[in-house]
Design a protein around this ligand. Structure first.
Ligand code: UDP
Ligand code: MG
Length: 327
């Protein structure tokens, strides 16, 4: 069979293939009506069987009620409700556990990722890519602080981890069934889904898009949550911070030795005296501070080892609508 014939064969296969859109939802009652309107306008035009899986991450507003009543009326919509708030990354994971389609799209509920981009992602999938991530060419309506810290974070992460995690790419992606099946096998608790998705490999590419501002509601990622998220990302993909401690320790010890010889020299060969208190004080503060920082770094890793070793389930499900398929 020639290349051309093969592609024709596979595209006719794609014509009747299935697509699931996984959307984590946490207190998003304001955006849900607009979100469903947009999804209903776009998904049927893509030439695939489609469904939308809302993962309610323990919302305390009317989100669950809204998505459940939608799902009861329209079988295209399905709901998995978690027993409490487990966090964005676990909610995505729960979603991936409950899809059974040729293609899965991960998308935020707040319409920052425009669903229209799914068409471009599908085009890449039809070309044979197994993972397509949305790459943000611009980000509207986010504070300079969020932009600056995000940039710093991605720089740091790329520097510290040994493989290519794409910058300016969030969790908005298309995953082929094979990728979803691979990710399902990774059951770590502290997970950084976009890192895992790069880590599993497969043929990956990107599509460019403009990240909009939130259609309604507030961000569910306050600064502290972002910080924990960043720690999770770095510790799950790199042990460099631990290594930095060793190198810094070596460097400080070496400087100490140079200092001792310097002072001995001054003492023996000159009559100059090295002033004591101030330099001593600074040294003690510096050493004490660095030791505490790296004790903290060690603690971050140790804490995660402890939590992972308990091997608890990642989430619990309270209720579902439209009998989701458990993968
Ligand atoms: N989200 C979630 N659980 C959480 C926090 C957020 O499921 O604990 C969902 C939220 O409803 C949204 C997505 O994750 O669909 C991204 O959250 P958000 O838009 O607040 O993050 P940002 O875009 O500001 O980084
Ligand atoms: Mg958002």
């Amino acid at each position: 069979m020639t290349e051309v014939e093969f592609q024709e064969g596979s595209s006719s296969l794609h014509a009747c293939s299935t697509m699931s859109v996984v959307i984590p939802v946490y207190n998003e009652e304001e955006v849900l009506p607009e979100l469903t309107r947009r999804l209903r306008a776009i998904l049927p035009t893509l030439g695939m069987e489609w469904d939308v899986l809302f993962v309610d991450d323990g919302s305390v507003d009317r989100s669950l009620e809204i998505v459940s009543s939608l799902a009861r009326k329209d079988a295209h919509f399905r709901v998995v409700a978690l027993s409490r708030n487990f966090g964005h990354q676990i909610a995505i994971t729960a979603g991936l556990d409950h899809v059974d389609s040729d293609v899965t799209i991960i998308m935020d509920a707040d319409l920052q990722d425009p669903p229209e981009v799914i068409a471009d992602m599908l085009a890449k999938w039809r070309e044979g890519f197994e993972m397509v991530y949305g790459k943000r060419i611009s980000r509207e309506g986010e504070s300079w602080f969020k932009l600056a810290t995000a940039k710093l974070f991605y720089k740091l992460l790329r520097r510290l981890s040994n493989f290519d995690i794409p910058v300016e790419a969030g969790d908005f992606r298309l995953l082929d069934r094979k990728v979803v099946e691979a990710i399902r096998q990774v059951r770590e608790l502290h997970r950084f889904v976009r890192g895992l998705v790069s880590w599993v490999g497969f043929r990956q590419t990107s599509v460019l898009y403009q990240r909009r501002s939130r259609a309604a509601g507030q961000t569910k990622y306050p600064f502290f949550k972002m910080l924990v998220f960043a720690f999770d990302a770095i510790t799950s993909f790199s042990v460099q911070p631990l290594r930095i401690a060793s190198f810094l320790g070596l460097f400080v010890a070496f400087s100490g030795v140079v200092g001792i010889f310097g002072m001995l020299y001054l003492k023996v060969f000159t009559d100059r005296v090295v002033p004591g208190m101030a330099s001593l004080f600074c040294t003690i503060l510096f050493l004490g501070g660095t030791q505490l920082v790296f004790l903290g770094v060690l603690g971050e890793y140790l804490g995660r080892v402890y939590q992972e070793s308990k091997n608890r389930p990642l989430y619990f499900i309270r209720e579902t609508v439209n009998a989701p398929k458990k993968g």
